[in-house]
Design a protein around this ligand. Structure first.
Ligand code: N01
Length: 519
């Protein structure tokens, strides 16, 4: 999280944002050292909590979860903007080991997802593991003791024989690099740090960005604001959203017969798997998906000029595909205007576009995404011989099976490099990462290991294959997106079916690792 955006979230106080590296290296003279846990988890979002549940189920209970905020929920705690919802059906965007028969809609809103996460914490009694308000500012492997040491910005030191990085890939809200950002005197809101106290009624409001967050915010803001101006840099492919309320009979069926919900989950999984053929690779199904996208635009937007402005000129799937039934209608409301002139700069009053027009606003909403460009961690991570992960990943993040990095023993990433799905639920991928972590922790315990460290060559071979496969995907077909670094390196997405990903995570192959016995 950037310091600029850390102050407010849903009216709750948040832990202070990370400090600079200099702080991270301060002398731990007055440090409070906590006892060493078996597993140290960073982040109490879906991944961290899911890992704790599965570890607990396997008898590993010596767990500490460090959470920088005062509440669980990660991205679903932070993203509470109006209209925030998941664009994957809830029956699939939930854990298979914690199904919820009571989802109110096919695509639930963020509050309901947050309530689901809080419900899991209660159901599995996870609060005992969580230390709130612990903002990690440095992580270091201590080879002598064979432990990871996480230092918080308050100087506390938590250690673990193993560590799980579950801080989330989209936790650093990003204000765009537009000149004059600091000159603007009106109100600024980032989509991921919503200001619930701001009253939009009667106000002239701008939204910068037309990505996944923006297209959910715009239909809600247009109902409130006196005038809404949307600044689009690149139009997105927008598909219809099959969203409907769950009837009561359906909920009681799921409650009485959990197998029926598992069957629906499986069906949804397979439908999404088939979408890989359109989204990931350029195939006849890609053409079909583009036709559906064009049809959706044509049926919802009658004005030819507006249609031209909204028509993407890149292959579908290259950037994230959006789903919405109310975004195009919102843009056509009398109090809404789409601007496609590039932004030149922000002025004290508003936004100046390159043709020299100044647009004045009471408030600018930045739906401009997250800082994932360096694919690093939000704090320094030091491995064997003090090597820094930021330097190891200087030319793009790489890991073995997205989960381990050579030279960083006993460290496990969730949502690590090249684990991103473009077509299926992120939680499906996450479940297989979690099970891999549980296997690894159990192996470290049962084999009496000090360190489990992936072999460099194994990691290099894995990544050569991943990058060769990525070169043939739609993500690498020429558009710009947050999936790619500014040099065009894709350290984000997994170039295959979710089933392929899950299969490779099924077994911990010990010969792929250096195994160092405890003394
Ligand atoms: O961010 P984005 P997001 N000048 O990076 C524009 C997840 N998510 O918050 O496309 C002008 O997608 C930028 O323009 P361009 C999901 O994984 C999930 O919307 O780069 N415009 C783009 O339009 C998603 O992919 C849900 O040309 C600028 C927008 O800002 C991820 O979060 C809901 C600009 C940023 O779009 C990020 O989505 C919401 C500039 N200088 C989010 N800089 C679900 O439903 C950026 N933009 C699960």
């Amino acid at each position: 999280m950037t310091t600029a955006t850390a102050s407010k979230s849903n009216g709750r106080k948040r832990a202070p944002a990370r400090k600079q590296d200099a702080q991270a290296t301060k002398e731990p003279t007055a440090a409070i050292e906590h006892p060493t846990a078996t597993v140290l988890i960073i982040g109490a979002g879906f991944a961290g909590l899911g890992a704790a549940i599965r570890l607990q189920q396997q008898g590993v209970r010596d767990i500490v979860i460090l959470e920088r905020a005062e509440e669980v929920g990660g991205t679903w705690r932070d993203n509470q903007y109006p209209g925030a919802a998941c664009d994957i059906p809830s029956n699939l965007y939930s854990f298979s080991f914690a199904q919820n028969p009571d989802w109110s809609r096919s695509f639930s809103g963020s509050r309901e997802i947050l309530a689901y996460i809080q419900g899991m914490v209660k159901q599995f009694n996870l609060r005992q593991y969580i230390r709130f308000g612990k903002n990690v500012s440095d992580m270091a492997w201590d080879d002598q003791s064979g432990t990871w040491k996480a230092t918080t910005d308050a100087g506390e030191v938590f250690s673990g024989r193993t560590a799980v990085m579950a801080q989330g890939p989209l936790s650093n809200a990003s204000f765009p690099a537009i000149s004059g950002l600091e000159d603007y005197q009106g109100h600024k809101i980032h989509s991921a740090r919503w200001d619930h106290d701001y009253d939009f009624k009667g106000k002239k409001v701008a939204v910068i960005g037309t990505g996944a967050s923006a297209i959910q915010i715009i239909p809600e803001l247009v109902k409130e604001a006196r005038h809404l101006t949307v600044f689009q840099r690149t139009p997105a492919w927008v598909m219809p959203r099959p969203d409907f309320e769950t009837p009561d009979w359906n909920k009681s069926l799921f409650r009485k017969l959990p197998m029926s919900q598992s069957a629906l989950r499986k069906a949804l999984y397979l439908i999404h798997e088939s979408m890989a053929l359109a989204v990931i690779w350029n195939s006849p199904l890609t053409r079909l998906a583009e036709r559906i996208g064009r049809w959706h635009l044509r049926t919802q937007v009658k004005d030819r000029w507006l249609r031209r402005q909204l028509m993407p000129d890149y292959r579908i799937g290259c950037k994230r595909i959006l789903v919405s039934n109310d975004y195009y209608p919102a843009l056509q409301q009398p109090n809404c205007k789409l601007i496609t002139w590039p932004i030149d700069r922000l002025s004290a009053q508003g936004v100046r576009t390159v043709e020299g027009v100044e647009h004045q606003f009471d408030c600018i909403v930045f739906a401009t995404g997250f800082d994932v460009s360096n694919a690093g961690t939000p704090f320094p991570v030091r491995g064997l011989e003090g090597r820094l992960l930021g330097e190891t990943w200087q030319r793009g993040a790489q890991a073995y099976k997205s989960i381990n990095v050579a030279g960083y023993p006993n460290l496990f990433f969730t949502f690590g490099p090249n684990s991103g799905p473009g077509h299926n639920s992120a939680l499906v991928y996450m479940e297989s990462q979690i099970d891999y972590i549980v296997q690894s922790v159990r192996a470290i315990q049962s084999l009496g290991l000090k360190a489990l460290d992936v072999r460099e060559q194994v990691q290099a071979d894995y990544n050569r294959d991943i990058q060769q496969r990525l070169a043939k995907t739609n993500w690498n077909s020429g558009c710009k997106s947050w999936y790619l670094t500014k040099d065009g390196f894709n350290a984000t997405m997994y170039p295959g079916f979710a089933t392929q990903y899950a299969n490779q995570m099924k077994e911990l192959v010990l010969k792929d690792y250096r195994l160092i016995k405890a003394d």
